[in-house]
Design a protein around this ligand. Structure first.
Ligand code: ADP
Ligand code: MG
Length: 608
C-alpha cells in the first residue's frame, strides 16, 4: 500500500461484495471515519447538522490525498488500499472497495479539502450529485476534511426513510461510540448544531477510554478479560455476574478492530453467561478478537459488519472459555440494590445475620375471619381480652407513608390478609403477600395496639376506666418515695383502670387492673408505674403523663421478644393491627414492620 489511488480492474471488482452502503447519515459518517482512521489520523473532529440529516463534516489530521489523486478518490472502485484480490486477505484497513466516496458523492454534495504533508498546498474539490464541479488549490493544514451536505437531494425518496433528526443523530453517535472504543489513542470531538457535545482526549488505555465513552458505571461493573490460543487473542471487558442489562445494546464485538455483528461471538458470550444471569437479561461486554487477516474474511457484506472465520470453532472456544474462567473467579456480591456502595464487611455481616436468623416455624395459610373467634377462645389470656375489646374498635384510616400502608390503602388489604410464614428469632413474624415480604416486630406491633386501645378506651381525664376486678385484691407495701409518687398519680391510675385503695401507712390494696394487663402481676405493675412516675419530669402536663403511663402499660402488656406465638395469637395481632392507627411504629417510634417489595428482592438477588 503506497498511498496511490488506482481504479481496480473489472475482474477484481466483480469479486468484491459490492452494494448499497449509504442507507442513512450514520452510514456516511461510518465511511468517513473509517477513511480518516485508514489515513492514520490521531485527531478527528465531527460536525453534525440536523442530526446528520443536514450535513456531516469529518476533519482528520491523517495522511491527506495527493492533488492528482483527489478526483480519482471519487471514482467507483478507486482505492489506495488493495491492488489485487489477494490483498483483501491482507488488509488491516477498513476500506478496500473504493466505493464509499463515490457512493456518498452520488447522493449529496461533497466538499473535500485535503493536503499531504509533502505538498506545498492543499486541494479543494466540490462534487455535486457525483459530478466534479471544482478542483482548486487551497491553503489548509495537513489532513483531510470532508463535508457532506444536501444529503439525498438527488434521490429525495430516500429522505422518506429517515427517522427524526434525534434518532438519526443517535445512530451517528452509535457509530462514533464504536469507533472511539476501538481507537483509544485517537482524540475525538463531536459538535452538533454548532455546540460541542463530545470531546474525548486520546486515552492511554482501553479502560480509560471506556470510562469516558460508556461511563464509569460500565467500568465499575466489568472485569478485564484476556485469553489467547495460537495466534488468536481475545481482550476486552465483561460485566460481573451481578450486573446485567435488559437489552443487548452494551455488547460490542470487534474483529481486528472492525466493529461486527457476529452470531458466533454473541452465542459464545451468551453461553458463558447462561448460568450467571437471568433469562432475557444481557451482559455488558466489549470483546476484541484479533487474528491473522488471512483467517478472517471481511469481504462478506458491503458495510463489512459481518465477517467469516476460517476456524469458527476455535474462536467460539476461546471466547466462551475465557469468559467462563473470568466469571467463575468473581466472588458473589451482596448489596442492597440500586448499585449503592456498601460499607466494608457488609457482605460478611449479612451472611452472619442469615446464619443467626433461620425460620423456626412454617405454616400454610392462616385461618382468619370465621376462625378468629374460635382462636380467641383457645388463645392465651391476653388474646382473649383483645377479642373482647376488638368489637369496640373501628377500622381507622392508616397514616400514609410506609410501603405496606400504601399497599393496604391501594388494595384494600390488611395484615390479616397476609400469609403468615413463621416466626424468626422468637421475635419477628414473617409474612408474605403477592408483592412483598413483610417482617413484623411482634413486641413493637403489640405495644402499638395496646397503646392505642388504652388511649381510645380511656375516658376524658377524671373519668374512670373500668378495669378488671381482681379476684383476690393485692396488698402492696410501698417505700415513702413510692407512696409519694402514688399520691401524685392516683388519678391517672384510675383513668387507666388501675384501682388502688389506701390500706394503712404506706400500704395499698390493688383492686383492679386494666383488662389487657390482667396477665401481669398487679404488684409488679404498680411498682413499675410508680418508678416511671418518679422519673417523669414534674413539668409534664397531665396529658403527657397519661401518655407516658399508657406507653409503659402497653410495653408491659405487650408480648415480649423471644416468646413463641401461636397461630391464633398471630391472627389476633394482625386483626388488631388492622384496626390500629399509626401501626407503622411502636409508641417509642421504633418500626413495627419492615417490608421488602418483590422488586427490591429482585434487585438484591441481582435478577434486575
Ligand atoms: P476505500 O476506503 O475503500 O479505499 P473510499 O471511497 O472510501 O474507498 O476512499 C477512496 C480513497 O480515497 C481511499 O482509498 C483513500 O486513498 C482516499 N481517501 C479517502 N478519504 C481519505 C482521508 N480522509 N484521508 C486520506 N485519504 C483518503
Ligand atoms: Mg473508505
Amino acid at each position: 500500500m503506497n498511498g496511490k489511488i488506482v481504479v481496480l480492474p473489472d475482474s477484481l471488482t466483480s469479486k468484491i461484495a459490492a452494494g448499497e452502503v449509504i442507507e442513512r447519515p450514520a452510514s456516511i459518517l461510518k465511511e468517513l471515519l473509517e477513511n480518516a482512521l485508514d489515513a492514520g489520523a490521531t485527531d478527528i473532529s465531527i460536525e453534525l447538522e440536523k442530526g446528520g440529516c443536514g450535513s456531516i463534516k469529518v476533519i482528520d489530521n491523517g495522511s491527506g490525498i495527493e492533488r492528482s489523486d483527489v478526483p480519482l478518490a471519487f471514482e467507483r472502485f478507486a482505492t489506495s488500499k488493495i491492488y489485487d484480490f489477494d490483498d483483501i486477505y491482507k488488509v488491516r484497513s477498513y476500506g478496500f472497495r473504493g466505493e464509499a466516496l463515490p457512493s456518498i458523492a452520488a447522493i449529496s454534495r461533497v466538499e473535500m479539502v485535503t493536503k499531504k504533508h509533502s505538498s506545498l498546498s492543499g486541494t479543494r474539490v466540490i462534487i455535486e450529485a457525483g459530478e466534479v464541479k471544482t478542483v482548486v488549490d487551497a491553503g489548509c493544514p495537513v489532513g483531510t476534511s470532508v463535508s457532506v451536505s444536501h444529503i439525498f437531494d438527488p434521490v429525495p425518496v430516500r429522505k422518506k426513510f429517515l427517522k427524526t433528526e434525534t434518532t438519526e443523530q443517535g445512530y451517528c453517535m452509535d457509530v462514533i461510540t464504536r469507533t472511539a472504543l476501538s481507537h483509544p489513542e485517537v482524540r475525538i470531538r463531536v459538535a452538533a448544531r454548532g455546540r460541542e457535545i463530545l470531546n474525548i482526549p486520546s486515552a492511554r488505555d482501553l479502560s480509560e477510554r471506556i470510562s469516558l465513552v460508556l461511563g464509569t458505571d460500565f467500568t465499575n461493573h466489568t472485569l478485564p478479560v484476556k485469553g489467547n490460543k495460537g495466534n488468536i487473542t481475545l481482550t476486552g471487558f465483561a460485566s460481573k455476574p451481578e450486573y446485567s442489562r435488559s437489552g443487548a445494546k452494551q455488547m460490542y464485538y470487534y474483529v481486528n478492530k472492525r466493529f461486527v455483528r457476529d452470531y458466533l461471538l454473541n452465542h459464545a458470550v451468551m453461553t458463558a453467561y447462561r448460568r450467571v444471569i437471568a433469562a432475557k437479561r444481557y451482559p455488558a461486554v466489549i470483546m476484541f478478537v484479533d487474528l491473522p487477516t488471512e483467517d478472517v474474511d471481511v469481504n462478506v457484506h458491503p458495510a463489512k459488519m459481518e465477517v467469516r472465520f476460517r476456524n469458527p470453532r476455535e474462536i467460539y472456544d476461546i471466547v466462551a472459555g475465557t469468559l467462563v474462567t473470568a466469571l467463575s473467579n468473581v466472588a458473589p456480591v451482596i448489596s442492597g440494590g440500586n448499585d449503592r456502595v456498601m460499607p466494608e464487611g457488609y457482605g460478611e455481616r449479612v451472611q452472619e445475620a442469615l446464619k443467626r436468623y433461620t425460620i423456626s416455624s412454617g405454616s400454610g395459610k392462616l385461618f382468619f375471619n370465621k376462625d378468629v373467634r374460635e382462636a380467641g377462645k383457645t388463645g392465651s389470656a391476653h388474646g382473649k381480652m383483645q377479642e373482647n375489646d376488638r368489637d369496640a374498635l373501628q377500622l381507622q384510616r392508616l397514616p400514609e407513608g410506609s410501603y405496606v400502608e400504601r399497599e393496604i390503602a391501594k388494595k384494600g388489604q390488611n395484615f390479616a390478609d397476609l400469609e403468615f410464614i413463621g416466626q424468626i428469632a422468637g421475635t419477628y413474624l414473617v409474612f408474605s403477600s403477592s408483592i412483598s415480604l413483610i417482617l413484623v416486630d411482634q413486641h413493637a406491633a403489640h405495644e402499638r395496639v395496646l397503646f392505642e386501645k388504652l388511649k381510645k378506651g380511656s375516658p376524658a381525664p377524671g373519668e374512670k376506666m373500668i378495669g378488671q376486678r381482681l379476684l383476690i385484691p393485692e396488698v402492696v407495701s410501698l417505700s415513702p418515695r413510692e407512696f409519694a409518687a402514688l399520691m401524685e398519680s392516683i388519678k391517672i391510675l384510675e383513668d387507666t383502670g388501675i384501682e388502688v385503695e389506701l390500706f394503712g401507712e404506706k400500704t395499698v390494696i390493688v383492686k383492679s387492673v386494666p383488662a389487657m394487663l390482667s396477665h401481669i402481676e398487679p404488684k409488679e405493675l404498680l411498682f413499675e408505674i410508680l418508678e416511671e412516675f418518679t422519673e417523669t419530669e414534674q413539668s409534664l402536663g397531665l396529658e403527657e403523663r397519661r401518655e407516658k403511663i399508657f406507653a409503659l402499660l402497653a410495653c408491659k402488656g405487650a408480648v415480649k421478644a423471644n416468646q413463641k406465638l401461636s397461630e391464633s395469637e398471630v391472627a389476633m395481632l394482625c386483626r388488631d393491627l388492622d384496626a390500629t392507627p399509626f401501626s407503622s411504629t411502636c409508641p417509642h417510634g421504633r418500626p413495627v414492620f419492615i417490608s421488602f417489595k418483590v422488586g427490591e428482592l429482585e434487585r438484591m438477588f441481582k435478577r434486575k
